[in-house]
Design a protein around this ligand. Structure first.
Ligand code: UDX
Length: 478
């Protein structure tokens, strides 16, 4: 089939590549010339500067100019197209509403092109990016307003987690398609023929509004679950002595009805979806005259989590940040990505600067370039206090404390670098429970403050507290 993908970001590019891999002719369209040039070049470094997603580059290289074409002009491509996937940025506005500017601009553009086409075959315009409930209906009225004929609208939300977009696209849990007519559902069955009647993949056909709601409910439920562990489980272990977080988690999630995913206590969940979607759903419910108190609490718990460790460092460890040098390990919102949208590190950096630190020595295996965009000294002169480092050792050099913000695997062996680079007294703030041998570190004189556990410090009489952090697997794998 012939498909156009409008918007080639984190949603559109992997989706277009996978559709091409499944044998459809895909025209990936973007108004950003630099992006399109990067994809057209077929070069790994150029593509990954735009979107860094494991497994994506080989598909683009294999499909480029065979099933996959990149363009900044789809005037000709609109003829003969079966499906148009809308994969545009839908950022949050202040107050939680969704900013549909890019989406609406593109919708009008597509509507005009569809109205002008000579070929009048049925075409379905599909919302793939997360848009408020009722947006497919709005799209329908835009198409009609411009006089587009024989067009349908559909909602087909994207559920992919970053870093797993390709794996997740090849083998999704479910495909949700909301459309009004059998003809439109049939066209989408053609696109997704590999998933229809699959033994494991749930192929769900419903109304556009239900499909839109499934996406919001799914994402906010996941964030609610993470926030339960952060805001209740973690808090319990931080309040009472001798509670071992990992055993607590094991004991609870051994119940087959309770998920392991989401039970990894952390410094808050970031990323492009969770924060934005929960704020949007709160807004949508309130606009509809309803209450959203559970979601409001979840949002607050998650935001609080992103910087509360620094307050704990003050009142539990007696650490004064003023004029200190603090190492920041990890900037991306999770491992294996350079994406910093809504990352806990953004709040953490702000909180540290507000506490008067002299210097933040930052290191992330992938997000260093990205970080310079977020911490622009022209926007806030305090960002001049950030020093970008090449390695963990470089970042630790000369620091008084360190904060683990992202769950990168390489931080698991942090103890080695700590012992070789810094001197005690030294405070380790572990926002991800990454250090397996924390007991030895405490024995060596380090102060260890983890999420989901009390401060560990060697007592004057040389005894160790039994509270603790033990680390096994990691959030993304789970
Ligand atoms: C998420 C959803 O998983 C996906 O279905 C949706 O389409 C988009 O939003 P993503 O943003 O890529 O995907 O990240 P995800 O892997 O879900 O992690 C989100 C955040 O939660 C990360 O900061 C992660 O580190 C954190 N997390 C995850 C925890 O703090 N604890 C956990 O147990 C799991």
């Amino acid at each position: 089939m012939k498909a156009i993908v409008v918007g080639t970001g984190y949603v559109g590019l992997p989706h277009g590549a996978i559709c091409a891999e499944y044998g459809h002719k895909v025209y990936a369209y973007d108004i950003n010339q630099e992006r399109i040039d990067a994809y057209k070049s077929g070069r790994r470094d150029e593509i990954e500067k735009q979107i860094n997603e494991p497994g994506l580059v080989p598909i683009i290289q294999e499909q480029l100019n065979r099933n996959l074409f990149f363009t900044t002009d789809i005037t000709d491509e609109i003829e003969g197209t079966d499906v148009i996937f809308m994969c545009l940025n839908t950022p949050p506005k202040r107050g939680g509403a969704t900013d549909l500017t890019y989406y609406l601009n593109a919708s009008h553009h597509i509507a005009k092109l569809l109205a002008a086409r000579t070929d009048k075959r049925r075409v379905v315009v599909v919302n793939k990016s997360t848009v408020p409930i009722g947006t497919a209906r709005k799209l329908e009225s835009i198409l009609l307003e411009h006089g587009a004929e024989n067009v349908g609208v559909a909602s087909n939300p994207e559920f992919l987690a970053q870093g797993k977009a390709i794996e997740g696209s090849r083998s999704p849990d479910r495909v949700v398609v909301g459309a009004d007519t059998t003809a439109d559902l049939q066209i989408l069955r053609g696109i997704y023929s590999a998933y229809v009647n699959h033994v494991r993949i749930r192929y769900i056909e419903t109304t556009p509004e239900t499909a839109e709601a499934i996406k919001y409910l799914g994402n906010t439920l996941l964030l609610t679950y993470i926030s339960f562990w952060n805001g209740v489980g973690g808090r319990l272990a931080e309040s009472f002595g001798n509670i071992r977080m990992e055993d607590l988690k094991l004991g609870v999630t051994a119940d087959s009805r309770i998920s392991t995913w989401g039970s990894f206590v952390s410094n808050g969940a970031g990323g492009s979806c969770f924060g934005k979607d929960i704020q949007s759903l709160i807004y949508q419910l309130k606009q509809a005259g309803n209450r959203a108190d559970l979601l409001e609490s979840v949002y607050e718990i998650n935001e609080y989590q992103k910087s509360y460790m620094f307050d704990r460092a003050g009142y539990e460890a007696g650490f004064n940040f003023n004029n200190k040098t603090v190492t920041m390990l990890g900037l991306a919102f999770k491992k294996r990505t350079n994406d910093m949208r809504d990352s806990a590190s953004l709040k953490a950096v702000e909180a540290l600067l507000a506490k008067g630190v002299k210097e933040i020595r930052a290191y992330d295996p992938l997000a260093m370039h990205e970080a310079t965009r977020y911490f622009d000294p022209e926007q806030n002169h305090l960002f001049e206090r950030i020093v970008y480092c090449d390695s963990v050792t470089d970042a630790l050099t000369g620091s008084d404390a360190c904060y683990v913000s992202t769950d990168w695997e390489e931080f698991r062996s942090l103890s080695k670098e700590l012992r070789a680079t810094v001197q005690t007294p030294y405070l380790i703030m572990d926002g991800r429970r990454m250090l397996p041998d924390y007991n030895q570190l405490v024995e060596d004189g380090f102060d260890y403050l983890p999420v989901g556990g009390k401060l560990l410090r060697k007592a004057a009489d040389n005894t160790l507290s039994l509270n603790g952090a033990v680390v096994e697997s990691d959030p993304a794998v789970a």
